[in-house]
Design a protein around this ligand. Sequence first.
Ligand code: PLP
Length: 392
Amino acid sequence: MIPAVMPTYARWDVVVDRGEGCYLYATDGRKYLDFTSGIAVTSLGHCHPHLIGAVTEQAKKLWHVSNLFQIPGQQRLAERLVANSFADTVFFNNSGAEAVELAIKVARKYQSNAGHPERWRVIACHGSFHGRSFATLAAAGAEAYLKGFGPPMEGFDHVAFNNLNEMRAAVTSESAAILVEPVQGEGGVRAPSAGYLRGLRNICDEFGLMLVYDEVQSGMGRTGRLFAHQWEGVAPDIMAVAKALGNGFPIGACLATEKAAAGMTPGTHGSTFGGNPLAVAAGNAVLDVMTEPGFFDHANRIAKVLWAKLEVFAGRYPHLFQELRGSGHLLGLRCQPSLTAGDFVAKLRTEGLLCLTAGDNVLRILPPLIVGEAELDEAMATLDKVARQWPA
Ligand SMILES: *Cc1c(COP(=O)(O)O)cnc(C)c1O
């Protein structure tokens, strides 16, 4: 008999009762060090006091009004995102897929508004992940996720990630935009070579395309800057964010320049819940913490320590791990073909450390940005214990 909850997930046998900081406490009394962060969502840890305060206060006043009303918290969050990014304007929605979906709409609308309605195709990369809606599934083009759901939505071309020659060669007179994750997450935790984003920018400028970043996973501090592309200083025209924007309260956003969003006039897009008072209270509280002086200094210092520790670890077990990759607190250990990343992750879990997998047989490590050295030491001890006992 089918379970009441549609069985689309391979769930772990863990029931979490409560969370605090970097830790989760299960109903059976077990304590877990959480290096999954709700899949790059709870970047400020669980039950951050400032977030509890902000959301509780808002919950007592007003949860929801429609976007027919002026919403001061939404205005404030948009202004703060604009002040801290390339963007001039922001649309709020409820998830990453919706944010990417809108990013694609904005790119197409820009071209149509600029007199090029024939330019509607988007070039995206193999190994990417953009969400589970029809458009975002087609954008990523992963067969496994598309299978059985009918013909994939038209309008997406695919090239190898981190390959500028292929990207340039894929541009046609119908191309509207290039869509990339500045660091690929789900697909296998891949950071591109230095100069890749600059190269994409140049291609877009040369051919009149919109550069669209999907920073749903890499953004909101995950790599040690508010947005991963800021390390290279190469701005997009349009960008999707979500995941850590509400630290677990569902909220996503599509950011754009004034030029890119010129066609997004009243009536062109909407969302019932998007940017409601409760959601933007969470978003504003996250920004309060992340924009505090020193916040990213700590995160970046810890990220360096973690990278060094994981590099030593991987080097100690070359029969298990091939490569450490990623950026900041978005890290992956590519496993040797003889080791299935999921098996290792399952064993870590029984030892109290929660990690994830990613495509390409990668063990994905996503600690909260507030993690400290003591938790790193604990995680490394568990990784070492499991690796040491792993059958050769
Ligand atoms: C998680 C993710 C999405 C989809 O976000 P949802 O909130 O699950 O819809 C899109 N793009 C990237 C890069 C992601 O990591």
